[in-house]
Design a protein around this ligand. Structure first.
Ligand SMILES: NC(=O)c1ccc[n+]([C@@H]2O[C@H](COP(=O)([O-])OP(=O)(O)OC[C@H]3O[C@@H](n4cnc5c(N)ncnc54)[C@H](OP(=O)(O)O)[C@@H]3O)[C@@H](O)[C@H]2O)c1
Length: 266
């Protein structure tokens, strides 16, 4: 148990690394019983380490790009036997490269985890929160959801979906006691770009924000019940607050292309 005994259950998907791992640390420091989920065995090691440091943490190994994985996580949530007070639906992947060359299977898997099973998981947990009249939901979207993203076309579209979905759901739930918050990180120092095959892009090779700071911005926004938060450098926040609001879509696409085009880093 953490510092403040008696809190309910919090869930973080993608809790084995990056932003999700930092979100898990924040929940744990606030005394939540924590259930963290990811596909790889890293999630067990993270839970072991956090328990050794005194936290109440369980791991759920599940492929959250599949309905079976989401059902396994839902079963673990029910088995915890505690009211689900908060969930960070954060697990996601990127994919760089030209649409004409990328494999459909990789794009399909991205849409499954970032879109289809993200909605499925929300479908599994949100009605229970509404029935209880309380809950906090954090979706990790992206600043990429506010602009066309050439050479990450399917990824950018998936995050535009998450952002739109989160904002609409927030409005639907406005009188229920359940809040929905979208976290929009800019480029953040995690495994994300390497896994997306983007090491040779300007954005992949360039400076990035600390995932602990990004997670804290999201966590605080969720706890305050805010609609959304852009997290990252001053340049990221300027892009979200100004450029992506005033530039024509074609200009935003050109601007992003310079950062995400393969080979741009060399
Ligand atoms: N890094 C950035 O610049 C950035 C910017 C904007 C938004 N984001 C978003 O932030 C979120 C977290 O990404 P990150 O940057 O922290 O990257 P990361 O370090 O690669 O973390 C991704 C997490 O998702 C998990 N995951 C991936 N595929 C999974 C699957 N099929 N089933 C279950 N879990 C899976 C990974 O777990 P295992 O691999 O251990 O299974 C890992 O815990 C993503 O939604 C991403 O789109 C990132």
């Amino acid at each position: 148990m953490g510092a403040q005994e008696g809190r309910g259950l919090a869930v973080v998907t993608g809790g084995s690394s990056g932003i999700g791992l930092e979100l898990a640390k924040l929940f744990s420091a606030d005394g939540y019983d924590l259930l963290i989920a990811a596909r790889s065995e890293r999630i067990e090691a993270v839970a072991d380490g956090m328990r050794a440091a005194g936290s109440s943490v369980q791991a759920c190994r599940a492929d959250l790009s599949t309905p079976e994985g989401v059902q396994a996580l839902q079963a673990a949530i029910l088995a915890a036997g505690r009211p689900l007070e908060a969930i960070a639906i954060n697990a996601g992947i990127g994919l760089g490269g030209p649409f004409t060359e990328n494999r459909w299977e990789d794009e399909r898997d991205l849409m499954r985890i970032n879109v289809v099973e993200t909605v499925h998981l929300a479908k599994c947990v949100v009605p229970g929160m509404v029935a209880r009249g309380s809950g906090r939901v954090l979706f990790t979207a992206s600043i990429s959801g506010t602009t066309p993203v050439p050479f990450e076309a399917v990824y950018g579209a998936s995050k535009a979906f998450v952002l739109s979905f989160a904002q609409a759901l927030r409005n639907e739930l406005r009188d229920t006691g359940v809040t929905v918050t979208a976290l929009l990180p800019g480029q953040t120092e995690t495994d994300f770009f390497h896994r997306a095959g983007m090491d040779d892009t300007r954005i992949g090779a360039g400076p990035k924000s600390d995932p602990a700071e990004v997670a804290r911005a999201g966590y605080e926004a969720m706890m305050a019940g805010r609609e959304k938060v852009v997290a990252g450098s001053a340049a990221t926040r300027f892009e979200a607050a100004v450029l992506n609001r005033v530039l024509p879509d074609a200009a935003k696409a050109e601007r992003h292309r310079t950062m995400s085009e393969p080979g741009g880093a060399t």
